[in-house]
Design a protein around this ligand. Structure first.
Ligand code: XMP
Length: 422
């Protein structure tokens, strides 16, 4: 195998992803494995160089013999001072290591990735039929667009509208995939089916479970109608397959929610994004011509608005929340803040309060606005949205959504809060 990759070893401090990104920014592909991974696995990857996600001092304190073992492989090894992460000096050190010590060429980029991946997909699939579940999210959209570029109409996309989507979302997916890309798209309007199942359900975990299970059922029914498919596209990312620093086996996070497709379907998986980080997936999406609204879509939970309506769900509440949320999103976008804020959305609680409108007493719903900055959703800080913008959003919601008479802003970080309200 050609030696053109770098291996980053993670001792457990969680720095390896940033390092791996720094290597990729220099146009060299990088893998991540646990610090104590078997030497046989390292030999199999046969990297041109190894970067340790920690300093030599830190690592010898951890296990002095490991450094020796690694040096005996005959592969150049570089350690990394934590304070040099994401600094100019750190970048220079990495470049020296890649191009002077390891003699690598800077040729890993998205254009080359697309070419190689297309060949790989064609080879793997042959003339078989492939299905893909679109969720409206970035990953499934980019994965499907890439597979379509490789095999054209052999791909059929299935989009299950469970009715818990935001305003305009279902149309956006249909317009892009069926309209712009001309990808055969099966749109399943399952809104009533989900709403019926959810009627009267208050418990958040119960809502998630119902939606997750129903989604799989609907998807399976549709896949069965197609009949002769042999492959299923999944938008698994590299961050989902990275092993932890303690040497455990590969763990793919299984989110038991929408998008988590049936595991026992008799289909082989195609995972064209499994080598990429999220920002690389966005870049790929842009190159494939997907619209900005899809490529830069903020994370959206699989169960959708079901976990943003506190208590039981009905059509009226969904429609109130959709309208308020759409105003919030529109204003954030117009203020140019949409890429800065990690997630921003409206929540509808199950209380009403007193207000006045046109000299008349009102008794209506409040809407909670939530906006947070985050790196990975594990922790989050509430966003300091300018007061004037909050004022504008609040007055628009009150004016345009009649069922709402009060707007409040959530100023809780995570922890102790969570990002979502349910
Ligand atoms: P929390 O609320 O736990 O959310 O701070 C962390 C991140 O996960 C998203 N989230 C979900 N995503 N299915 C999903 O696909 C879910 O059931 C779910 N619950 C929360 C949330 O939007 C945030 O990005």
């Amino acid at each position: 195998m050609q030696q053109e990759d770098i291996l980053v070893l993670e001792p457990g401090g969680g720095k390896s992803q940033i390092l791996a990104r720094m290597v990729r920014e220099a146009q060299v592909y990088s893998h991540i494995l646990p610090y104590k991974v078997d030497l046989a696995r390292i030999r199999k990857i046969n990297p041109a160089g190894i970067i340790l996600a920690g300093s030599r001092e830190e690592l010898s304190a951890l296990d002095p013999s490991r450094l020796e073992e690694l040096s005996e492989l005959g592969i150049p090894v570089m350690d990394f001072q934590p304070e040099e992460l994401e600094t100019e000096k750190g970048r220079e050190l990495i470049q020296d290591f890649l191009f002077k010590v390891c003699q690598l060429k800077a040729n890993w980029n998205m254009e080359n990735f697309i070419k190689k991946e297309i060949e790989k997909i064609r080879e793997e699939v042959g003339s078989a039929r492939v299905i893909s579940g679109l969720s409206g999210g970035v990953d499934s959209a980019v994965a499907s667009a890439l597979v379509h570029k490789a095999i054209g109409d052999q791909l059929i996309c299935i989009f299950v509208d469970h009715g818990m989507l935001r305003k305009g979302e279902a149309e956006e997916v249909r317009k892009t995939f069926a309209g712009q890309f001309k990808i055969p798209l099966i749109y399943v309007d399952a809104r009533k089916r989900f709403l019926d199942k959810l009627a009267g359900v208050v418990d958040p975990e119960q809502k998630r479970k119902i939606i997750g299970e129903e989604f799989i059922r609907v998807f399976e029914e549709e896949a069965e109608k197609i009949g002769d498919a042999s492959f299923l596209v999944q938008g698994t990312l590299y961050s989902d397959v990275i092993e932890s620093g303690d040497g455990n086996d590969v763990k793919v996070k299984s989110h038991h929610n929408v998008g988590g497709l049936p595991e026992d379907m008799d289909l082989d998986l195609i995972e064209p994004l499994r080598d990429l980080f999220k920002d690389e997936v966005r870049k790929l999406g842009e190159l494939l011509g997907l619209p900005e609204e899809i490529v830069w879509r903020q994370p959206f939970p699989g169960p959708g608005l079901a976990v943003r309506i506190i208590g039981s769900i009905d059509e009226e509440k969904l429609s109130i929340l959709r309208e308020a949320d759409a105003i919030f999103r529109e204003e954030i976008r117009e203020a140019g803040l949409s890429r800065e804020i990690w997630q921003y959305f409206a929540v509808l609680p199950d209380i009403k309060s007193v207000g006045v409108r046109d000299n008349q007493r009102t008794y209506a719903y409040p809407v909670i606005l939530r906006a947070v900055s985050s790196r990975d959703a594990m922790t989050a800080d509430w966003s300091r949205i300018p007061y004037d913008l909050l004022e504008k959003i609040s007055s628009r919601i009150i004016r345009e959504v009649e069922a709402v008479n009060r707007v409040v802003y959530d100023i809780t970080s995570k922890p102790p809060g969570t990002i979502e309200w349910e």
